[in-house]
Design a binder for this molecule. Structure first.
Ligand SMILES: Cc1ncc(COP(=O)(O)O)c(C=O)c1O
Length: 225
């Protein structure tokens, strides 16, 4: 496969962007391919190679690339300006739609990234309960902020150990880890530390540590405890 243009672009990027990329997840060795365009299920690189895109921008492109209806809506909005910094009517319509589609969602705060969403959710849980500790699943990813940048040490249930230089141990001492699909360790931890734990955060399907499915009944049990 010819990837010469991608290689050339990467050699320029490496001195301008840390790791040559704008997100660590794109730092594919020896260099990533550079996209030129995409449509439907296909993505094309600058050397003219075609790929089936199973990634779909890590989720948001659930309808595929350049879906005609989405394109129409974006073009329609572009005619009216694209950044106001003031409230707009469609945010109400959109929030209304989301709350109708998901029973567990009562209100919506729109943010720019998943990291902001999980950071705010954890803050709300801590503020509401008056408790500081959170529980996350070993190996799960919830964004690039201190409370969740933690990997497990040995043992089934463990205090957080920072996963990245620059994250002080003090910042992650309030993060516990448990194994996915292990309802016993989670139940035991929640019972033992119930006066300290504000929230449990998890990916229902672990999508950042390859793809690990919940065992039958696990998520229902988690909700119960
Ligand atoms: C489950 C989950 N939470 C949070 C994030 C962080 O999202 P972002 O990269 O938009 O900050 C990701 C990103 O991969 C994610 O998969």
């Amino acid at each position: 496969m010819d990837l010469r243009k991608s290689e050339e672009l990467y050699s320029k990027a490496i001195s301008l962007l840390p790791g040559g990329v704008s997100s660590p997840v794109r730092a594919i060795k020896p260099y990533p391919f550079y996209t030129s365009n995409a449509i439907g299920s296909r993505i094309f690189d600058v050397d003219g190679n075609e790929y089936i895109d199973y990634c779909m921008a890590y989720g948001p492109l659930i309808l595929g690339h350049a879906h005609p209806e989405v394109k129409k809506a974006i073009l329609n909005q572009l005619q009216k300006g694209w950044l106001y910094g003031t409230p707009i009517e469609i945010e109400i319509e959109y929030a209304n739609l989301i709350t109708k589609l998901y029973d567990s969602i009562e209100m919506v705060r729109f943010v720019n990234t998943g990291s902001e969403a999980t950071m705010s959710a954890i803050r709300v849980a801590r503020g509401f309960t008056g408790k500081d500790k959170i529980v996350k699943i070993e190996g799960s990813y919830h964004g690039a902020h201190e409370a969740v940048l933690v990997k497990a040490g040995s043992g089934a249930t463990t205090h957080g150990i920072p996963d990245s230089a620059g994250v002080p141990v003090d910042f992650v001492k309030n993060t516990f880890q448990v194994e996915f699909n292990n309802i016993e360790t989670l139940t035991e931890l929640l019972e033992r530390k119930k006066d300290e734990i504000a929230a449990v955060i998890m990916e229902p399907v672990m999508g950042n540590a390859s793809l690990i499915l919940p065992e039958k009944g696990y998520l229902k049990e988690v909700r119960k405890v």
